[in-house]
Design a protein around this ligand. Structure first.
Ligand SMILES: [Zn+2]
Length: 201
């Protein structure tokens, strides 16, 4: 090992550790309600994912604010916003995490439950905390924390996750999602998870 390398490698390690610590020192939570406008997302009758996602996200915003964070919403009402634009919004903040809110859909009507996705290794802990926050608030099928290549979690530089808050294609889950208490419980669970991730940092 050259002298230069002997000096450089520990320095690099310190810099990388510093970067991780900084990611945990986030003050801003970018909340991303999935879909919007002509993009309805999953749909069953008049129940649209885009509406459920916006309602849950708005509740997450209120809960996260209560816990002392600054919040940014990628959309506040029912309009279309592209996936790159969602990532651009997140990239404006150097002290942020990114939380995308969706609901699930499949042709198999018996599928139900919650799942949380991440892409980069730096986002795994955030996904785990938020997922257990949600599953501790509502009694449902725990589909687990998983990796996926969804655009918004793959193209954000900060810790980024995507929460699937239940299946609109499942009759009983759809009925629960139509009720405010269920959406509120999920929002509180997500906010608790964010807080626990912050404290663990
Ligand atoms: Zn979606």
């Amino acid at each position: 090992m050259s002298r230069l390398r002997r000096f450089f490698l520990p320095l690099l390690a310190i810099l990388l550790t510093g970067a991780t610590a900084q990611a945990r020192n986030f003050r801003t939570v970018v909340i991303d309600p999935g879909h919007g406008g002509h993009d309805k997302g999953g749909q069953w009758g008049l129940v649209y994912e885009k509406h459920l996602a916006l309602d849950i996200a708005t509740r997450v915003e209120a809960e996260v604010k209560k816990r002392g964070f600054r919040t940014v919403m990628t959309r506040r009402s029912d309009y279309f916003i592209s996936l790159p634009e969602r990532c651009r919004i997140a990239s404006r903040y150097s002290d942020a995490i990114f939380v995308s809110i969706h609901t699930n859909y499949t042709w198999r009507q018996d599928a139900s439950g919650l799942e949380t996705y991440f892409f980069s290794p730096q986002s795994q802990a955030l996904a785990s905390y938020v997922h257990s926050g949600m599953t501790s608030k509502v009694r449902t099928v725990n589909r687990g924390v998983k990796t996926a290549r969804f655009y918004v979690i793959r193209n954000t530089t900060c810790p980024a996750i995507l929460c699937e808050c239940g299946f609109v294609s499942n009759p009983s889950e759809r009925e629960r999602m139509k009720q405010a208490w269920f959406r509120q419980a999920l929002a509180e669970g997500i906010a608790d998870g964010i807080m626990r991730f912050r404290r663990a940092g």
